[in-house]
Design a binder for this molecule. Structure first.
Ligand code: NAP
Length: 534
């Protein structure tokens, strides 16, 4: 029984990350809006991920909001690739500047959603006992918000700290004199480890799959470069939407297979030195689509690893060989490979000899026990579906989302799920997500959603749903475009193969943001094709 009075608003936004904040701002001109946030502050990903070295991998001039000209003119980023504290500061600035805080209820996670088919309202129940009835729910719950920690036994026996990188204490951790075990060599691990290695007595890296990592080229932001962006923001923001999310890299028109070995080497070296993260992935037109072209770039990076890492055995262990570059999101680092030249860093292969358990001394693999004082897990996320699945969501006919998605997510345009009317997702499963740039494309999705909601009132409807046929059509589209790229050749959070036993298939739309927007706008313009409004 709820002790608080039931409240009624037009829209509930779930999550006060970057998309959620913008959703509040965009919608509350015309609607009453309440936002529930699990954390005790705003910023979403950039609130939770405060591990050492956490930093964006896309230039901040473009990884920022474009909805307000004054905001983008006034704000200054200190570095090309901003660190977590600056991103969190920015989120807080936006919340204050646009007066969003009175709509946000912090430390108050949504636990249950139930659709009332008689009134076409959602009932939203939260951890603090709030019960809000609303017409629409906008779930900006984040693609990467639920940590994945493999269920190794013995956690209780280990006397030291075991931390996931998303659960980092605000005051930080002093690793001086500590023997640190670090599990996970994805984007997060690669950022955190070089900094931890500088402090720790010893760092033991437990690597299951080596990563391709490109230097970020981070540096203080150049005033002239910032001025260039500020003088020209509108077309530049447009260009972000017209590329696959990064406008600051060059998109050449030649295939790797048409270049001589010398030309390739020169182009790739230029890309490596470019200080433009991700340039290697578009060094040639076919890096992301052709295995032979891709392999040329893979071997270039392996040779970089061999030239940076002094110990040839360690270097070979760091060379990825089992999947194409870009098949998983490319890691962008600062001194990652160089870190292995330190005397206090050891690399352990846990692919051939897996981790078995935590012990009273540290961590045990199938072959050895490693004495440790602290264990850090950067083992990724129950991505895309995790944040929705942990909410008890009940749609039409009492069907639960967790049951509907038991074999993997079904969506139409990544935005809606059949049988769960008036519930919109931002960066949901089967949207471009990290294959585009999350702030700008999140803004785009919020604007699209706001347009759909506005059309409902204009056209006199109170319920919008999609259909299983539309979901099947979108699944075909998501799968078809995934067959055209190298992503299918890697096990990653894109295809649910980062977590043993997770079902779901391909969950990211890799057909490009321009195609995604064309299809989403097209559906609306085509009389809400694939939707049912009543
Ligand atoms: P991730 O890419 O999923 O990497 C997780 C790591 O943990 C992988 O090395 C994985 O090995 C390892 N792992 C998982 N389970 C394991 C097990 N049972 N035993 C041993 N190792 C295990 O996660 P992430 O590094 O947190 O990054 C996730 C995404 O967040 C990135 O792709 C990116 O989109 C985003 N991100 C962005 C930034 C940025 O903007 N700079 C920074 C951090 C993260 P396998 O590869 O073998 O599975």
């Amino acid at each position: 029984m709820d002790s608080k009075p039931v409240e009624t608003v037009d829209v509930v936004v779930i999550g006060a990350g970057f998309s959620g904040l913008y959703a509040i701002h965009r919608l509350r001109g015309e609607h009453s809006v309440v936002c529930f946030e699990a954390g005790d502050g705003v910023g979403g990903t950039w609130y939770w991920n405060r591990y050492p070295g956490a930093r964006v991998d896309i230039q901040s001039v473009e990884y920022s909001y474009g909805f307000d000209e004054d905001l983008q003119q006034e704000w200054s980023w200190p570095e090309y690739f901003s660190a977590q504290p600056d991103l969190e500061r920015y989120a807080n600035h936006v919340a204050d500047r646009f007066g969003l805080r009175d709509a946000i209820r912090l430390s108050n996670p949504v636990q249950r959603l139930r659709f009332d088919a008689d009134t076409n309202h959602w009932h939203v129940h939260t951890g603090r006992g709030d019960h809000v009835v609303c017409r629409y729910v906008v779930a900006a719950t984040g693609a990467l918000s639920i940590p994945n920690v493999p269920a190794w036994p013995g956690r209780d026996r280990f006397p030291g700290k075991i931390l996931h990188t998303t659960e980092w204490p605000r005051e930080g951790i002093d690793f001086s004199g500590q023997r640190v075990g670090f599990i996970g060599t994805g984007s997060t691990g690669i950022q955190a480890m070089p900094i931890i290695a500088e402090q720790a007595d010893h760092l033991t890296v437990f690597q299951r799959t080596p990563a391709y990592c490109m230097p970020s080229g981070n540096r203080p932001l150049d005033a002239a470069y910032e001025a260039e962006w500020k003088a020209d923001y509108t077309p530049r923001r447009q260009r972000i939407l017209q590329t696959w999310g990064v406008s600051t890299i060059e998109y050449p028109s030649y295939s790797a297979l048409d270049c001589t070995p010398e030309q390739r080497e020169e182009i790739l070296e230029k890309g490596w030195q470019s200080k433009s993260a991700f340039q290697l992935l578009v060094a040639f037109t076919d890096v992301q689509t052709d295995r032979a072209a891709n392999e040329i770039v893979c071997e270039f990076v392996r040779n970089k690893i061999r030239s940076i890492v002094h110990d040839p055995v360690v270097a070979e262990r760091l060379c990825p060989t089992t999947y194409p570059i870009g098949g998983k999101r490319l890691c962008i680092g600062n001194g990652y490979y160089e870190m292995y030249n330190r005397d206090n860093v050891t690399l352990v292969d846990v692919r051939s000899v897996p981790i078995v358990e935590f012990t009273e001394n540290g961590l045990r693999t199938a072959e050895a026990e490693y004495p440790l004082d602290v264990i850090v897990t950067a083992t990724g996320f129950d991505a895309l579906t995790g944040s929705m699945m942990r909410i008890d969501i009940e749609g039409l006919g009492g069907v639960k989302l967790a049951d509907k998605w038991a074999e993997g997510p079904t969506t139409y345009l990544g935005a809606m799920v059949a049988g769960f009317p008036n519930l919109f997702m931002i960066h949901g499963p089967m949207t471009p997500g990290a294959q585009a740039q999350m702030i700008t494309t999140g803004e785009w999705q919020v604007n699209w959603t706001a347009g759909v909601i506005a059309d409902m009132a204009r056209d006199g409807y109170t319920r919008i749903d999609t259909t299983p046929d539309a979901e099947a059509w979108w699944a075909d589209e998501v799968n078809a475009v995934s067959m055209a790229t190298v992503h299918r050749f890697a096990d990653s959070w894109y295809n649910a193969r980062n977590i043993e036993g997770k079902k779901g298939g391909f969950m990211i739309y890799v057909g490009g943001f321009p195609r995604y927007t064309a299809l989403s706008n097209g559906a609306v313009q085509d009389g809400y094709k694939g939707f049912v409004r009543s």
